[in-house]
Write a protein that binds this ligand. Structure first.
Ligand code: LAC
Length: 212
């Protein structure tokens, strides 16, 4: 495997870092609100895709936050701009930096393929200081992962057969979609959670990016 393509949110970057910075102000339902925010963000992307529609992931991130704040009224709605702003510099998971350095040191190429829109990914990657050979957004084809057209972007960018691309994701739905597409898939199961039964299994299950 000489090319490793990573999912961004949940795999390299911690989406719950946003609420983490405001947990005191957000109160006891902070984590529940953050879970709903993430779940709806993804659900909206799949629902639009199935309806044959597209809106940038940033728009869906904001709509999902509006929903989550409405659903969990104990969290102060005034936190909305700060929570959205935090999305531009989410913390990278502690294992990401070392893993990327090791892969590069071994001469591998690395990339990101994310549902995130370019205006989200650019500041996120810049603030993290992490370096990639390519940062690809599905916005180029205006359809979200797990649609095959989205994964195809990485094949076109790196110009190699898909089975030579190692695709790395912590999101099982993404790992399953990537396997269905034909990538060699690593599912990063940091929490040791039960794998989904979607009919597609990753090639490897790892506990951290450090095991790549
Ligand atoms: C990504 C998300 C949706 O594609 O996890 O980065």
């Amino acid at each position: 495997m000489s090319i490793f393509v990573f999912d961004a949110y949940g795999t390299l970057f911690d989406v719950h870092a946003a609420i983490g910075r405001f947990r005191d102000k957000a109160g006891p339902d902070a984590d529940r609100m953050s879970d709903i925010w993430r779940t709806k963000q993804l659900e909206y992307s799949w629902t639009l895709t199935m309806a044959g529609r597209y809106a940038p992931f940033w728009t869906l991130t904001e709509r999902a936050l509006d929903f989550a704040l409405a659903r969990v009224p104990s969290v102060d709605k005034a936190l909305k701009p700060q929570l959205l702003q935090a999305y531009f510099n989410l913390d990278a998971f502690p294992d990401a930096r070392a893993a990327l350095r090791t892969l590069k040191g071994k001469g591998h190429k690395t990339g990101i393929l994310s549902n995130g829109s370019p205006d989200m990914l650019e500041p996120l990657v810049r603030h993290s200081g992490l370096r990639f050979d390519a940062v690809l957004s599905v916005d180029a084809v205006k359809i979200f992962k797990p649609a095959p057209q989205a994964y195809q972007l990485a094949v076109e960018k790196f110009g190699v057969p898909k089975e030579r691309i190692g695709f790395v994701s912590s999101n099982f739905w993404d790992a399953a979609g990537a396997k269905s597409f034909g990538f060699h898939v690593f599912w990063i199961n940091r929490g040791g959670v039960v794998g989904e039964r979607l009919g597609f299994q990753p090639d490897r299950v790892l506990r951290s990016l450090g095991e790549l």
